[in-house]
Design a protein around this ligand. Structure first.
Ligand SMILES: [Zn+2]
Length: 311
């Protein structure tokens, strides 16, 4: 089984340590409000951060910035070549606040959006002139399925059905994620094609168990975020799900979108937090090595494989 990266197909077995929800590059966006504008585009600093991660065993980064919201797959490919790290990119859409007011996607028809998402997955991204393929389809989900978000979600469902690609969700701290599996199931997209991110900000064990049992992949990313009280929340939630035998449905991430979260920009914790803090803690908590390998790379690699394109 292989999955697409910005530099070509990669066998699932070659993935070791991964950040399953990463931000590698965010180009400046004209027309986006200053309070929500994120810029991450200093090639040398980013390259240094990725090299650090590689030196500590890092192998894969799942970039989560969709086209039109600061993604630049040509930079992702250059960084992948410079460091040897595998990087995947995403089509789809983020929350509307991350786009200039006149962005075409926010008045696109469902058919236009389907054509765009499928083109980026099977031919290549717009900014690469169709030479670099996206791997996942992102949805910026606030908590309701309405308006243009609904049109775009219908389009994502159709694109996922056509390509077998994984649908990656930004959720607002897990709000109303219950609505997602039924919406997609009604449109022929299995829960095993859904990857719900930021859901450990809503550490309801019963809900997580139910979603995992349905086949969904859950993205946990608050390990280095004191604001979300990781000791009381994610570090209780994660072992509970693993104890239930649901460790194949969790992907560990850091979601370092802001430059101040990168050591190379003078901040922290940096990608090294994963190998130097999270890995030893998983071991200290008594989780088996094979499960740790899945949580920190194996699971995301398997879900990234397009289900209709297995090799
Ligand atoms: Zn993110």
């Amino acid at each position: 089984m292989k999955f697409q990266t910005v530099t070509g197909l990669v066998p699932v077995e070659t993935v070791g340590l991964a950040d399953s929800h990463a931000h590698v590059w965010i180009a400046p966006q004209d027309g986006v409000a200053p309070d929500v504008r994120i810029e991450l585009h200093d090639f040398d600093r980013i390259e240094a951060g990725l090299r650090d991660f590689c030196a500590l065993g890092g192998t894969l980064l799942v970039d989560c910035q969709p086209g039109g919201a600061g993604r630049d797959t040509t930079q992702l490919a250059a960084l992948s070549r410079a460091t040897g790290l595998f990087i995947t990119s995403t089509t789809g859409f983020h929350r509307r606040i991350y786009y200039p007011p006149d962005d075409w996607l926010w008045s696109a028809t469902e058919d236009e959006a389907v054509a765009y998402f499928v083109e980026e997955l099977i031919i290549g991204t717009r900014e690469s002139g169709g030479t670099i393929r996206a791997t996942t389809i992102k949805i910026g989900y606030d908590d309701t399925i309405e308006g243009q978000t609904r049109v775009l979600m219908e389009a994502v469902a159709e694109a996922a059905r056509q390509t077998g690609a994984l649908v990656l969700f930004h959720t607002e701290a897990g709000r109303n994620v219950e609505a997602l599996p039924p919406f997609f199931a009604e449109r022929g997209v299995s829960p095993s094609r859904l990857y719900l991110c930021h859901v450990d900000k809503r550490p309801d064990v019963g809900l997580h168990r139910e979603l995992a049992q349905a086949g969904v992949l859950l993205g946990y990313d608050t390990f280095a975020r004191p604001k979300y009280n990781p000791e009381q929340n994610v570090w209780k939630l994660l072992p509970a799900l693993v104890a239930d035998g649901l460790g194949e449905h969790i992907a560990i991430c850091l979601d370092l979108a802001f430059p101040e979260q990168w050591e190379q920009y003078g901040g922290g914790p940096g990608l090294r937090f994963l190998p130097t803090q999270v890995l030893p803690r998983l071991r200290a908590d008594g989780i088996e090595e094979a499960t740790i390998a899945r949580l920190t790379g194996g699971n995301i690699a398997r879900y990234l494989v397009h289900q209709s394109h297995q090799e």
